[in-house]
Structure formats: C-alpha cells, structure tokens
Design a protein around this ligand. Structure first.
Ligand SMILES: O=C(O)CC[SeH]
Length: 415
C-alpha cells in the first residue's frame, strides 16, 4: 500500500521544477565555471542566477551569499568565523562590556570568546559549541527555553551577555516542535547593546527549518549571518550562508583553501547542477511562499483536529503555546497511555512514514528538545513528530489518523 510521508522536517523531495533545472545544468552547463569558453560561461551564468534567487529569498544582496555543502558546513563555518573574529578584535580587559556583574574582564586571564545559544539547537550548532568548550576554544551559555512558550526570552539572552560575548546564535524555528524563536526581537535588542559598546556581538540564526515555510528576511531579523539548507525546501542537498557585506563589513575567514572559487571565501570547483537546483527552489519559495505556508497550515491544523477527534485526552500536542507560534507544517504529538513509545507506534503503522524527533537523533531516547521544553519524560518517549509538506492532502491525513488508531489498538491489545 502507498506510504504517506509526514517527515518533511527531516528532508524534502526535489520539486519537479528543481529536478528539471538540475538535469538541464548537468547536460548543458557541465563546464568548469572558471573556464572562459561556452560550457564554462553557461555554468557561471547559472551560478550567478542561482545566487541572485537565493539572495531574493532571504532579502539579501547576491554578494552576501556564499554556497556551501549544506547546513552542517554552514553552521560550523559561521561559528568558527566568530572565534577568529574575537581574536582578531584582540578583545582586552580594558574595554569592559555589559556583564553579569561589574562588567569587567579578569585582567591577565586569557580571554576566550563567549557564545550565547539556546538549549534546543540542532546538533550542527550544539555539537560545535560543545566541541569549543571541550577544547577550550570558547565558553558557552545555553539559555533554556521558557517552559511556558518553548521560546528563549530576550531578557534571559541579555542577562547572559559577558564582556567576552562574541556571538548569539539562536535557530529561527525548531525542527521538532516547530516553535518559532524570537530572533528579530533578540537581535533588535542586541543591536542597541552593540551601539553602546566597543565590541560587536555577532548575530546568527540557523534558518534551516524556517525557509520555505515562513518569511525569512535578513533585515527584519537583523542578523549578521544566516544558514540556508536546501533539502528542507525541496532543493538538493546543498546549502549557502548569508554574511552581511562580506569583507566590507564582516571579515570572512575561510575554512577551506584552494582555487579561488566563491571569491576565495569557500574554494572548490562549484557544484553547478546542485547550485542551479538550490536557486530554482529559492525562486519557487520567493514566488509561492504564501500559498505553500497557507496550504501546510490548513493540513497541519486538520491533522490536529482529526487527532483530537480520534484520541481526545489520550494525546497531547507538544509545542503549542498561547505565547508563541509554530511553523505551519509541524505537529509534535505525544500519546499519553503507557507502552505507546513513538518508535513502537511507527513500527506498528502500515502507511505512515514519520519520526519521533530529529532524524539525526537516536530514535529510542526521549528528545532533549522536548525535555528542554518541559515535556515530561513519559510523554517525550511517546512523541511523534509529524511534519506535512506542500503536497500533503486531507485525504492523506485521514489515512494517517486511521493508521495510528490501528497501531495504538494493536499495541494496547498486545497483538
Ligand atoms: O530531522 C531533523 O529534524 C533534522 C535532520 Se538534518
């Protein structure tokens, strides 16, 4: 029987237009983009067009966009650039910043850059910062999200600032709960702090889960860096980063060295077909976001209505708070009765394809993100993450709810 895919936060298929653009680029723009003859010129033209479309999607200039292999590279690179920026600035104790106590650095102590982040970040941010701590490359404050909203609070971020704070990195929307983080509010406040200080606190957001679902605009968000991930918005497995005015305002510290591509910021012969696909996907988002978002919200809301009709008080929706908003496509639901662990439910469904949390997390452990939001362990263990896509229909939802009913009954009856 045909499967119903409800794991679009894990990854998305290529949209037909994107697939076509990739194939065309493979066939017609196979040249090295640095070559001056026709196949190379064609490739260069496709790359420039893609850069422009990616920039349009996030309200940036083309020159602010640098292509990468994906979100993990982008997040690693941006965090490493912040460390280099800190030492370049040769921050000295003589220039205290707003700090938790008297705002003074400990004179004579080797200063380490300090990062502020949340406790619900994706591993490609969380693990980098943990590595920085372990290797004594940086200090990190993990600001807990409020259990009343699933969001980090602006005041808690401000309270974490130290004289050595070099970057605040908060994801724009969470991959498991869908909760949208107050990145614009935080950054507007930090811009005020920056205006009163000799040192700039850099501002980054991992926009992986937000792109293609909600509006993402670098000026509205007041970010200095933003991570773009293709395979969450029907593009291929490639990505990009946004840097505000690279080398004019913010210095770019390459992680890779080589043949000069990407203005020497990120060398390596460009992956023209995948970049062309990313550009086409970005163009589709720029043109159709309202329609995509509205459809996904309708279908996700229908899903939650049907789940409530079918299971009543035997389920709890995680991440649905009065004081915060969620991505339009994400539903995180826990089954209350004992024995209904998420992974067991999925093994008993016949048609549903979904996950208990992030694809990169161990499926049989309760999600640290749900625990961080205050979801009791028993419910975190029994959670399913259901994320709808552009093509998901209400008929699909009816099938999924019926599939879950059969799975629940089968587990509870011991069959
Ligand atoms: O499944 C997710 O939430 C992230 C995978 Se990159």
């Amino acid at each position: 029987m045909e499967k119903i895919y409800l794991d679009y936060n894990a990854t998305t298929p290529l949209s037909p237009e994107v697939e076509k653009s990739i194939i065309t680029a493979m066939r017609e723009a196979w040249g090295n983009p640095s070559s001056s003859y026709q196949p190379g010129v064609k490739a260069r033209r496709l790359i420039d067009e893609a850069r422009s479309n990616v920039a349009f999607m996030v309200g940036a200039k083309s020159s602010d966009i640098i292509f990468t292999s994906g979100g993990t590279e982008g997040n690693n690179w941006i965090l490493q650039m912040a460390v280099k920026y800190f030492h370049d600035e040769s921050r000295t104790p003589a220039q205290p910043k707003l700090g938790p106590k008297d705002g003074k650095c400990e004179v004579g102590k080797d200063l380490l850059p300090h990062f502020i982040t949340s406790n619900v970040e994706h591993d490609s941010v969380k693990c980098v910062l943990e590595h920085f701590e372990k290797e004594k490359i940086a200090e990190v404050t993990y600001v807990p999200v409020s259990k009343k909203s699933g969001r980090v609070e602006v005041e808690d971020i401000k309270a974490a600032i130290r004289p050595t704070t070099v970057m605040i990195t908060i994801m724009l929307a969470n991959n498991e709960s869908g909760v949208i983080q107050p990145v614009a509010e935080i950054n507007e406040e930090i811009q005020r702090v920056n205006r009163q200080s000799p040192h700039r606190i850099l501002l980054h957001t991992d926009a992986a889960q937000a792109l293609g679902k909600i509006p993402v605009d670098v000026e509205d968000l007041c970010v200095d860096y933003l991570t773009i991930v293709g395979h969450k918005f029907y593009a291929p497995r490639i990505g990009a980063i946004y840097i505000r005015n690279p080398h004019k305002e913010l210095r770019v510290y390459p992680m890779l060295f080589g043949g000069g591509q990407e203005r020497n910021f990120r060398p390596g012969t460009e992956n023209t077909p995948m970049i062309a696909g990313l550009g086409k996907a970005a163009e589709l988002v720029h043109e159709n976001l309202k329609e995509y978002s509205s459809h996904m919200a309708k279908v996700r809301d229908y899903l939650e209505t049907r789940l409530a009709e079918e299971f009543g008080d035997d389920i709890v929706i995680n991440g649905k708070f009065e004081s915060s908003t969620r991505l339009p496509n994400t539903c995180n639901v826990s089954f209350v009765k004992e024995g209904l662990e998420g992974h067991k439910l999925l093994s008993h469904t016949e048609r549903l394809q979904a996950s208990v949390g992030a694809a990169c997390h161990k499926q049989n452990k309760p999600s640290h993100i749900l625990l961080a939001m205050g979801v009791p362990e028993s419910l975190a263990r029994n959670a399913l993450r259901l994320s709808v896509g552009r093509e998901t229909t209400k008929e699909d939802i009816d099938v999924v709810v019926s599939d879950l009913r059969k799975a629940v009954d089968s587990i509870l009856s011991g069959s």
